[in-house]
Ligand binder design. Sequence first.
Ligand code: SF4
Length: 487
Amino acid sequence: MNTNDTEIAWSILQEKGYQRTANISEADVVLVMTCAIREGAEQKIWRKLKHLTTLKRRGPLRKGGTRMKIGILGCMAERLKTQILEKEKLVDIVCGPDAYRDLPRLLAVTNNKQSAVNVLLSLEETYADVMPVRLNEDSVTAYVSIMRGCDNMCSYCIVPFTRGRERSRPIDSILEEVRILSDQGVKEVTLLGQNVNSYRDISESDYYGVPDRSQATTLREGFKTIYKPKSGGRRFADLLDKVSDIDKDMRIRFTAAHPKDFPDEVLHLIKERGNICNQLHLPAQSGNNQVLKAMRRGYTVEAYMNLVGHVRSLLPGVALTSDFICGFCGETEEAHQQSIKLIRDVKYSMVFCFPYSMRQKTQAFHKLEDDVLEDDKKRRHAELAATFRQEAGEFNKTYVGQVHTVLVEGVSKKRRDTLFGRNDAGLAVIFPDSEVLDGNLARQPRPGDYVQIKIEQTTAQTLYGSALKITNLYNTDSDEVLKEIHS
Ligand code: SF4
């Protein structure tokens, strides 16, 4: 999301005539996109700001006698505006996630050697009319933001406070952006939101003929929300239907999906459409019911496992990924073992786990005690990560001998004579950079090509193989390969 926010901010500045440089000594302005989700992310930014202020002090005077300007953007800007501006005196501009349109004005204010701040949160801002300028225009993958903010209020999470209330971007502006990306040769789009399943376009436009599904969200048994179920407008299944129809040779992924409102319509669409990836991010956060209750996640482990079973019954072979927090308030050793068990039971293709760090403003900060020792959090984190690696390592061995369709992203960082790409499940695949058949002719694969790769070796996070031929997502040949993978 921060990558996408950076692209939005950059688009707004480029429109006003700003230019980008990769050489910091040339820069008149340095803007740092920040994240407040965990203490560790904030510490990195403080270190970066100290380094930048040293550069600023030692650097040359700019036109008008000013020095290089430093601005911070994003969630940390909203969270720590006073400390950053007044106490630390490190920056000139503080601009929150809903104020990027104001950046040109904020920069103008600093011309008079004043600091400038705008961290107002909005109920409407979705930057629907801002076409993000991709930071790497050669990339064959792109992010498209479909909504902002979050209403879930999980007790540990600062997002609802730093990014505000949930609001969805109108469908037609999303479709327009995806069309432009397709024209630019982008082959994979990831739709972004804190909880994509609660997407609802309540704008008036029916230009694309999307039906109005006005029913309220129906929750699965064992799931609940703390807010009133939303109704009206066009929902995520409508959006996914339209987006995946734009370019049959463009892969569509989405993240994140809160497990509480996962509709079957979305699962059926994934099954039907060859270009919607057979991969779902279902953040579990914990394998213990007491901890889940304290987190206000709105489900039990049993309900989560029922959902996993249901998803796998409709989408055999689906790759599931997840997030886990280690050492949340009140997490006992037994509760931690239950998280380990959940990872073993589900067999995720990727797990992101983090030691818990308490954030101000959250419900946990006001009502719970951060009572797990830091050493225990670190150990539990290492144990969860090791469990995931062991399970994924074993599971990935079952891929040996299969043929996967891989979107080539570029040269592998590990070995320059190999290429790197991802399969339908989002797993990294590495293969030799040599000529391969494209129809009847042989040629080197290029970024943006889909290549059929025979898997020969695997680790917990990477598959290695050899290229068979260049393909696409819509020919029957490739469909057969996808079916083979999914079965
Ligand atoms: S769903 Fe929960 S964890 Fe995710 S952004 Fe919203 S409040 Fe935070």
